[in-house]
Ligand binder design. Structure first.
Ligand SMILES: [Zn+2]
Length: 180
């Protein structure tokens, strides 16, 4: 997408009230911004802009999917991206100062003279925040993990033999004291 303005909203021309915007972000959008730990990420965002005198309330409804691998067994996984974020944009005389002082990450200031609002970074950030923290295989209808049993069994054996070596070396260390 060569159009740098694709994510800019000319809000000055909007009537007060609710306006809806839709964004389709494809894999290229994320690759260009350095996302490498997700496979074929894609997202659809419905953004509502509520224009008021002196401020705008933005609501981002995120939907989409991405491929990843299970943290537990390494099987490929399909992640559903789903979340909602709000952003309060206030029009002020001194936006730089106000942004420096503001501690609430959901509040952003722009100049009263501003006519456009660039939402590209928010779209990007909010989609990444929608990625589930825990990436593990889902449970089946009986509530049992659908993780790759074979891999889990191997991991368990590796862990046990590691613990055994560890306790053996502890006993060896104690044997020295016994000899004294
Ligand atoms: Zn798994």
């Amino acid at each position: 997408m060569a159009n740098k303005r694709a994510y800019e909203i000319a809000f000055v021309g909007l009537k007060p009230g609710l306006h809806e915007f839709r964004y389709d972000l494809d894999e290229k959008f994320f690759l260009e911004r350095g996302v490498t730990d997700l496979e074929h990420p894609q997202a659809q965002i419905k953004m509502l802009l509520d224009k008021n005198a002196g401020f705008m309330l933005l609501t981002f409804e995120i939907g989409g999917s991405a491929g990843s691998i299970c943290d537990r067994c390494g099987n490929p996984l399909k992640l559903d991206l789903w979340d909602e974020f709000k952003m309060l944009v206030k029009l002020v005389d001194n936006p730089i100062e106000m942004n420096e002082q503001e501690e609430d990450p959901d509040v952003f200031y722009i100049s009263r003279n501003e006519s456009h609002l660039d939402v590209e970074n928010w779209l990007y950030e909010f989609v990444l925040l929608s990625v589930p923290m825990q990436k593990v295989c889902a449970n089946d209808e009986n509530g049992r993990s659908t993780c790759n049993e074979e891999v889990l069994e191997k991991l368990k054996i590796m862990k046990e033999s590691h613990n055994e070596t560890l306790s053996n070396s502890i006993w060896k260390g104690l044997d020295k004291f016994k000899g004294n």
